[in-house]
Design a protein around this ligand. Structure first.
Ligand SMILES: [Zn+2]
Length: 196
């Protein structure tokens, strides 16, 4: 049988839930999403380890279960914590991915969005390197907007909210200094896609 010559196709943006433009570091902290789940929510977080320290690799290590708990006194308060997010955006805009978007990452905890509990089941979690209540860098908004647009091409996203909006009283990230109008303008999605 004659074999059709292979034509190099354009590299797709997504492969098995992994984004082409992210550095990949596989986290063991994930599981399956419930059968038939529509992935329609993006949740934005902020994180830095130790809090307020930028530029190290502690967050990647936390998500990959390779953080040295004895390396800093603060780590005693999170010793043994097993968490993950799908994505992490550094201060300079560099993007990392830890869990396939097809799988369920462990970022939201006890949470509810518009009457639906357990947001991890149907959400994609994006961590911004930062500190709750403090501002974020223009490069981070650029990466976040580009990533969110790419996610919405692959998944039926309907809302983009902060952790603080799905776990009010328990979580406050990304916080009051997060610039929602800038993200809204960059994405051009309807206002109803964003909080408040
Ligand atoms: Zn969070």
């Amino acid at each position: 049988m004659h074999r059709t010559p292979e034509v190099p196709a354009a590299t797709p943006l997504w492969h098995g839930g992994w984004y082409r433009f992210a550095h990949r570091a596989d986290s063991p902290n994930f599981g399956p999403r419930p059968e038939g789940t529509a992935i329609d929510l993006i949740v934005v977080h902020s994180i830095s380890l130790p809090p307020g320290h930028y530029g190290g690799d502690e967050v990647q290590r936390l998500f990959c279960n390779t953080l040295d708990w004895d390396a800093h006194p603060y780590f005693q308060s999170i010793r043994g914590l097993k968490v993950s997010a799908h994505f992490y955006v550094r201060r300079g805009g560099e993007l990392w991915q830890f869990v396939s978007c097809d799988h369920r990452a462990w970022h939201a905890g006890a949470s509810s969005h518009q009457g639906r509990d357990n947001c991890n089941d149907y959400a994609i979690g994006i961590e911004l390197e930062g500190l709750e209540g403090e501002s974020f860098e223009p490069s981070q908004y650029e990466t976040l907007a580009g990533l969110s647009a790419a996610i919405a091409q692959a998944y039926p996203i309907r809302h983009l909210v902060g952790h603080e909006h799905i776990a009010p009283g328990r979580k406050g990230d990304p916080g009051a200094a997060f610039d929602w109008p800038t993200l809204h303008r960059s994405l051009g999605w309807p206002a109803t896609a964003f909080p408040g």
